[in-house]
Design a protein around this ligand. Structure first.
Ligand code: ZN
Ligand code: ZN
Ligand code: ZN
Length: 105
């Protein structure tokens, strides 16, 4: 197969992270190294901590509690009220609204 204008044996063209051959799977390049889709997402993709789906370019998102969130996913773990721009409390890594911050789990 041809990739990057170089020729690889199929079994030599492998993901730089998990070392599994990429063969005809989708792959992504990062700093000159190929990564399988799964590892690329894991290492370079931004995943929403609320819904666990990827945050696509163009999606509105915010960063809080050390994670990234779709703005629509950044809600209180109890009542689902949107917490964007509100006073934020958190328990473990879950965002909570003021009213539920001290509620027993
Ligand atoms: Zn991989
Ligand atoms: Zn989300
Ligand atoms: Zn709440």
């Amino acid at each position: 197969m041809h990739a990057l204008k170089m020729t690889y044996h199929v079994q030599c063209f492998m993901c730089a992270a998990c070392k599994s051959p990429i063969r005809n799977q989708a792959f992504y390049m990062e700093e000159g190294e190929p990564y399988c889709e799964r590892d690329y997402e894991k290492m370079f993709g931004t995943k929403c901590h609320g819904c666990d789906f990827k945050i696509d370019a163009g999606d509105r998102f915010l960063e809080a509690l050390g994670y990234s969130w779709h703005d629509t996913c950044f809600v209180c773990a109890f009542c689902q009220i949107n917490l964007e721009g509100k006073t934020l409390y958190s328990k473990k890594d879950k965002p909570l609204c003021k009213g539920h911050a001290f509620a027993p789990v």
